[in-house]
Design a protein around this ligand. Structure first.
Ligand SMILES: NC(=O)c1ccc[n+]([C@@H]2O[C@H](COP(=O)([O-])OP(=O)(O)OC[C@H]3O[C@@H](n4cnc5c(N)ncnc54)[C@H](OP(=O)(O)O)[C@@H]3O)[C@@H](O)[C@H]2O)c1
Length: 266
């Protein structure tokens, strides 16, 4: 199976290169970097700390799709619309690990899924996705007598908030209650805010240093607080989960898939 990596020079991208090369049955078809960036032309393996693999980092995502059975995309949000248009054009399957994109890119993802198999994967850790199932269940059992808050922690370099992972946690809380997250999410609190409105799902953001990505779903009742926490300690877990998703999605018909489906949790 030929796997190409968009954003192969990033923190997760380099780990993906190593994971693909180390995984039996997978063949690295190449990697892309930011057009005009310093990595273009450098060997994909070498820039990931491996022996040369004879493939240069390219700035041509269309050509890499044509040479691949599946793309794993861990580039940056400004590229997502273009990448999804190309997926629709080529029919190449994609595991979309990139997060932080807006409504226009989300629409492009949904459109591309008519012509290509797309795994929308804001968090590729298997156990994080398992935890989402538990959070949804706990949220449903506790109901909105418990005030739900999601605490999001990440390192200082994450340039947007809330993270895709945080939104996944909040969506699981909302799904457990049978409500639409957009109707109940509360992201900003400042000044005289009055008593907490019933039913909202609050989001609190912590950013700093090298804090490892962490999420906490908090259900605060009158007599007790129930908390469910997740923290990744090495981004290698994202590379492992993404390669598992790539292997799963090849050969699937065009549609949008979730990581829960990949791991048999849906
Ligand atoms: N799904 C998950 O489980 C998960 C986990 C962690 C992170 N993420 C997300 O995955 C993405 C990458 O994370 P990261 O920590 O690896 O970030 P990163 O270290 O900043 O890596 C992103 C890489 O993409 C490159 N890039 C920028 N524009 C590109 C383009 N048009 N085509 C190809 N490559 C391009 C960047 O190059 P330059 O440095 O030259 O700009 C950089 O090498 C982010 O959106 C992040 O939020 C998802």
């Amino acid at each position: 199976m030929k796997i190409g990596i968009f954003g192969c020079g990033g923190v997760v991208g380099r780990l993906l290169v190593r994971e693909v090369v180390a995984t039996e049955g997978c063949e690295l078809s190449g990697g892309t970097g930011r057009p005009g960036g310093a990595l273009i032309g450098v060997d994909v393996g070498e820039q990931a700390g491996l022996e040369p693999v004879g493939l240069a980092v390219s700035d041509d995502p269309r050509a890499l799709m044509a040479a691949s059975d599946v793309i794993i995309d861990f580039s940056l949000a400004p590229a997502t619309v273009q990448h999804m248009l190309l997926a629709a054009e080529t029919g190449c399957a994609v595991v979309l690990g990139t997060t932080g994109f807006g409504a226009d890119a989300q629409a492009a993802v949904d459109r591309a899924a008519a012509d290509a198999a797309i795994v929308e994967a804001p968090n590729t850790s298997p156990n994080f996705n398992y935890l989402l199932v538990l959070i949804e269940r706990i949220s449903g059992v506790l109901g909105d007598e418990y005030d739900a808050e999601v605490l999001s922690m990440a390192e200082r370099r994450l340039p947007f908030a809330p993270s895709g992972t945080t939104i996944e946690v909040a969506k699981a809380v909302a799904a457990g209650r049978g409500v639409n997250l957009d109707d109940v999410i509360e992201k900003v609190r400042d000044g005289v805010i009055g008593p907490r409105p019933p039913g909202v799902i609050g989001i609190a953001i912590v950013r700093g240093g090298r804090i490892a990505g962490g999420q906490r779903a908090i259900f605060a009742g009158d007599d007790e607080v129930v908390e469910v926490a997740y923290r990744s300690t090495d981004p290698a877990i994202y590379a492992k989960g993404a390669v598992a998703a790539a292997r799963w999605v090849v050969g699937k018909p065009p549609a949008k898939y979730s990581m829960r489906e990949v791991f048999g949790l849906a």
